[in-house]
Design a protein around this ligand. Structure first.
Ligand SMILES: [Zn+2]
Length: 291
């Protein structure tokens, strides 16, 4: 994402007020789980001059500054507060349509506005809070507490044994879809411990040697996906905690065949991989490339 979050300058209210009046300032419009796209030939996140979208009153009251893009300010506007009939595209859909930079910006805007929407009251004393730092925090005028956006860390991991991958499926997924096991990090736990615990809870398999590979913000509503690769000594997996419908080992050939089937439209094989937008898919593609 090529946006400068202006973490220091945003603390100056006068600077933020000037940005709100600058003709070059633009807004990205966001709903509960959607963003506004432009109708052009190439899919792009809509960046509209403030006056054209409306909502200047909302922004003056609660300015959510995403940052600076090519030197111009970009604000986020919460469509939930407007009466208009602007149609948004779901964030999941936008993520697969948009180039990576715009997808990142969309995820950022949805995550930040979603947090503001759900945290209007002080968790300490219950009083209504105000936007501070142009959207990077909320301040309670009653007890003085400052609240920052929360992130929920989730570990997601490929477990490998003897050239096979351990994948599982949830009941509500499309038929034949399998993906990496995943789960929330618990309080007091390292992410490596979370990998080992989650794998055991979901499959009965003892994983070891988790290595961090890559991360991805996943604002549904506020997760940060931490992608790992781990190993196991084998064993027969089984579903244990009711979260998964099935969990099993897949031979590398089957995973590779699923990749080919994906490229040529809906595959007819036994396995359907997660979509390219998902970090699980990135982990699987990387494993296939290296194997
Ligand atoms: Zn308070």
């Amino acid at each position: 994402m090529a946006v400068d979050r202006a973490a220091t300058r945003r603390k100056d209210p006068q600077w933020v007020r000037e940005l709100l009046e600058a003709p070059s300032s633009r807004v990205v419009a966001v709903s509960r789980d959607g963003v506004l796209l432009d109708d052009g030939a190439e899919p792009a996140l809509a960046r509209r001059p403030l006056a054209l979208v409306g909502g200047s009153e909302q922004l003056t009251r609660e300015p959510i500054l995403l940052g600076l893009e090519d030197g111009s300010a970009m604000f986020a506007l919460d469509l939930e507060e407007l009466d208009g009939s602007l149609t948004t595209v779901s964030l999941r859909e936008a993520g697969s349509l948009l180039p990576a930079g715009d997808g990142g910006l969309a995820a950022y805007a949805v995550a930040l506005l979603g947090w503001h929407r759900r945290h209007r009251f002080c968790a300490n004393c219950g009083a209504p809070t105000d936007v501070s730092e142009a959207g990077f925090s909320r301040h309670c005028p009653n007890c003085g507490a400052t609240h920052f956006p929360r992130l929920d860390p989730v570990v997601i991991m490929l477990v490998e044994h003897d050239g096979r991958l351990l994948l599982g499926r949830h009941t509500n997924w499309p038929p034949r879809r399998y993906s990496a096991l995943a789960g929330f990090v618990a309080p007091g736990e390292s992410v490596e411990e979370a990998v080992v615990r989650e794998v055991h809870e979901e499959s009965g398999i003892r994983a070891f040697g988790p290595q961090f590979v890559a991360s991805q913000p996943w604002p549904f509503p506020s997760s940060l996906m931490l992608g790992f690769h781990a190993y196991a000594d084998g064993g027969e997996p089984f579903t244990r905690d009711g979260e998964l419908e099935d969990v099993r080992w897949f031979e590398q050939d089957a995973v590779r065949a699923a990749l080919t089937a994906d490229a040529g439209g809906p595959g007819t094989g036994r396995l359907l991989l997660p979509p390219p937008i998902a970090i699980a898919r990135f982990l699987i593609d990387r494993w296939l490339t290296r194997s």
